[in-house]
Design a protein around this ligand. Structure first.
Ligand code: DAH
Length: 345
């Protein structure tokens, strides 16, 4: 009796496996389920009926075996059902699985953003903290406090976007120097990146809206030596160990003395090429010692404190670094251009 029941169960399990594997639609699978495990007419039910005729001592073991077969088949039925449902949701029967996948558009940081964060990182290692200020400024912060009289050409309506009388889109990041000094006592070391606006033509080398990056260090005893050492080290860390800097006398109303800072051409290494117009040097920023008049405007004692400041255009540096010939490309929304910088730097 038991042997018979065992054979029946084994045969049922084997047949069930085949039937389930062969089912190719939900309908066929359901028919198999009813045939195998259906309560009234199912094969398992028929076998279980035979249990009653067994010796009572043998019944529990036989019942357990029957249950194992039932569970095995139920598991297979469920798995197959899931597989069929998944297939239905997924590819159509005639989908071409050999087609190449569609490339996923991965976001990337803008080349100017890359340069700004790199510069901030380098200056961060030299002790400069990031600061920021508003893009809509008053003419006091943008000009007067920076020792630039309002009749200075830079303050002219012609060069600047005025929003209302006395209020304008900042034409440089230098007002962040003033705001920071008003708020904090020395020692101060900040780096302040941000957008600036000027009535410039939109051509290969000018944009009316552009990023600038300001630096300021103020303490007792700061000299031009600190300025040179800091900017030399900055250039080496940003452009490589062999980069050198040179300072040419210049003029800014808010620094005295003032300088234009050049870095040895990172493209030809100083020998002369088209990027540096054969000079071996590329101008990257303006700099100088903070003018005492600026300290007076923010309430610092110019007899006690000295400091240096610098300002640069990250877009220009990005253009040099990535060989971008026209600044307008940086302010274009064409992703075919921007895509090239995925993973850059
Ligand atoms: N604000 C200047 C400009 O927009 C750049 C600059 C020059 C900033 C010299 C400085 C500096 O802090 O010391 O042209």
């Amino acid at each position: 009796m038991t042997a018979n029941l065992d054979t029946d169960l084994a045969a049922l399990e084997e047949e069930g496996r085949l039937a389930i594997a062969a089912a190719s639609t939900a309908h066929e699978l359901e028919a198999a389920r009813i045939r195998l495990l259906g309560r009234k007419e199912g094969r398992l039910t028929a076998i279980m009926r035979g249990l009653g005729s067994l010796d009572p001592a043998e019944r529990p073991a036989a019942g357990a075996r029957a249950n194992r077969v039932k569970e095995a088949l139920s598991g297979l039925l469920d798995a197959k059902q899931e597989e069929l449902e998944r297939g239905q949701r997924g590819s159509a029967p005639d989908a071409d699985l050999t087609l190449p996948g569609r490339a996923v558009w991965r976001g990337a940081r803008h080349p100017v953003t890359l340069v700004i964060s790199e510069i901030c990182d380098v200056l961060g290692t030299l002790g400069f903290t990031r600061a920021r200020g508003p893009e809509a400024e008053t003419d006091w912060y943008n000009f007067t406090a920076l020792n630039t009289p309002l009749d200075h050409p830079a303050a002219d309506m012609h060069d600047t976007f005025y929003l209302a009388p006395g209020v304008l889109l900042r034409s440089h990041t230098s007002p962040v120097q003033v705001r920071t000094m008003q708020e904090y006592a020395p020692p101060i070391r900040i780096v302040a990146p941000g957008m600036c606006y000027r009535r410039d033509p939109f051509d290969a080398s000018h944009a009316p809206a552009f990023e600038q990056l300001e630096g300021l260090a103020v303490d007792e005893g700061i000299t031009f030596v600190d300025l040179k050492a800091t900017l030399s080290e900055f250039a080496r860390r940003l452009f490589g160990e062999r980069a050198r800097v040179r300072f040419r006398p210049s003029f800014f109303p808010f620094t005295e003395p003032s300088a234009e800072v050049d870095v040895s051409c990172m493209i030809c290494g100083g020998g002369g090429c088209s990027a540096c117009k054969g000079t071996g040097w590329i101008e990257i920023m303006g700099a100088g010692m903070v003018h005492p008049a600026v300290f007076e405007h923010v309430g610092y004692d110019p007899e006690r404190y000295t400091g240096f400041a610098f300002g640069m255009g990250p877009a220009r540096i990005a253009m040099l670094r990535y060989g971008i010939p026209d600044i307008r490309l940086l302010y274009d929304t064409d992703v075919r251009f921007l895509e090239q910088f995925t993973g850059a730097a």
